[in-house]
Design a protein around this ligand. Structure first.
Ligand code: ZN
Ligand code: ZN
Ligand code: ZN
Length: 355
């Protein structure tokens, strides 16, 4: 018998798990792209490589790692400092904009200006590496810059939500090979976060406790855990939308990613680094997307237990997923966790210098 699972914790969605024998060959069969993502033919065309003077986006911040600290560099477009660790650009052709266009209209053809900030964060000057190749130090620097931008953006007018996301390969939505993160803000809460927040508050009112905290407590050392550290758990959810999808969640209740401390940031870097390298070891350099589900900081009624979701894109969707919202999972979540867990724990041990 196949089984239909429902995610009751936060998302309230249906996942179908066919009763296939989950052998390695089955998994390999569904991995369609076990290749390195194709890189741009010429690095000179990459707007984010050091030395490129034809940057189309506006450079707004540059950081360098010096004397054990991430320090802000003040360079302009004319005197670009090439000795940088991380850079932040504002998109010249953004999908949202802070220059209002006054395009409003009423139902049924409702519209409003897409107001917001659109940033690109470049975590390394190296063009030909993948996000999964970033070192723990590079992840730490990246997370610190993300925190810094999230804090700044939530202090701006018209920013209700800050969406942080990244990916690899064309299926992950990338045109540029150079590893990068996106930050896009919105004047309303995106539907997935709205749904998570609504379910969260409903269950919070009914039971008096955070449903994510309850979920994490029951997943610790369970069959879907990849591994856990002092502050975080990496796990495959009970009812994943994507094959081999996994989440990274703070173990203690935490609503603001922007407020986690240096110790937690270091731990998170280790967890991201180990689990994503583990993913690469199992799935190859497959395309993927990742999203930081953080709280809309200004809306008290819409806080969530923040977490990171990583979606490996090893198979494509049929009409069932696209047209009906029923997600088929081969292999099953426990088997995915077994494979990803073994590979991630090996990476974790390697990164901690145990093996
Ligand atoms: Zn580049
Ligand atoms: Zn919680
Ligand atoms: Zn989520």
């Amino acid at each position: 018998m196949s089984e239909m699972r429902k995610d009751c914790y936060v998302q309230d969605k249906f996942v179908l798990i066919p009763n296939h024998v989950n052998k390695d060959e089955d998994l390999l069969k569904i991995i369609q792209q076990k290749n390195k993502p194709e890189s741009l033919p010429d690095n000179n065309n990459c707007p984010y490589c050091p030395g490129n003077k034809q940057i189309s986006d506006q450079l707004i911040l540059s950081f360098v790692f010096k004397d054990g600290m991430l320090q802000r560099l003040y360079d302009s477009q004319d005197t670009v400092n090439e000795n940088w660790t991380i850079r932040v650009f504002e998109c010249k052709n953004p999908i949202v904009s802070t220059t209002p266009t006054h395009e409003y209209s009423d139902k049924p053809y409702y519209r409003e200006p897409a107001y917001g900030y659109d940033f690109i964060i470049i975590p390394t000057p190296e063009h030909d590496v993948s996000l999964t190749d970033l070192s723990i130090e590079q992840w730490t620097n990246l997370l610190l810059v993300l925190q810094d931008r999230v804090r700044w953006l939530y202090s701006q007018r018209g920013v209700t939500y800050v969406a942080i996301y990244a990916g690899r390969g064309s299926n992950g939505g990338n045109i540029i090979t150079h590893p990068h993160f996106h930050i896009t803000t919105f004047s309303s809460i995106p539907p997935v976060i709205e749904k998570e927040a609504k379910t969260f508050h409903q269950l919070m009112n009914e039971t008096g406790s955070c449903p994510s905290c309850n979920m994490i407590e029951s997943e610790i050392n369970g069959p879907r855990q990849l591994f856990s550290t002092a502050h975080f758990i990496a796990m495959v959810p009970w009812a994943p939308t994507y094959n081999c999808e996994f989440w990274i969640c703070p173990r203690k209740h935490s609503t603001f990613f922007s407020k986690i401390n240096q110790k937690e940031i270091s731990d998170l870097s280790l967890v991201i680094c180990s689990s994503m390298r583990g993913m690469d070891n199992v799935l190859g350099k497959t395309d993927f997307s990742m999203a930081f589900h953080i709280s809309p900081e200004k809306k008290n009624s819409r806080q969530i237990h923040w977490h990171i979701e990583i979606y490996p894109l090893i198979s494509s969707w049929s009409g069932l997923e696209r047209g009906f919202g029923i997600f088929v999972n081969v292999p099953n979540p426990e088997y995915s966790a077994e494979l990803l867990g073994a590979a991630s724990r090996k990476e974790l041990a390697r990164l901690m210098g145990i093996i």
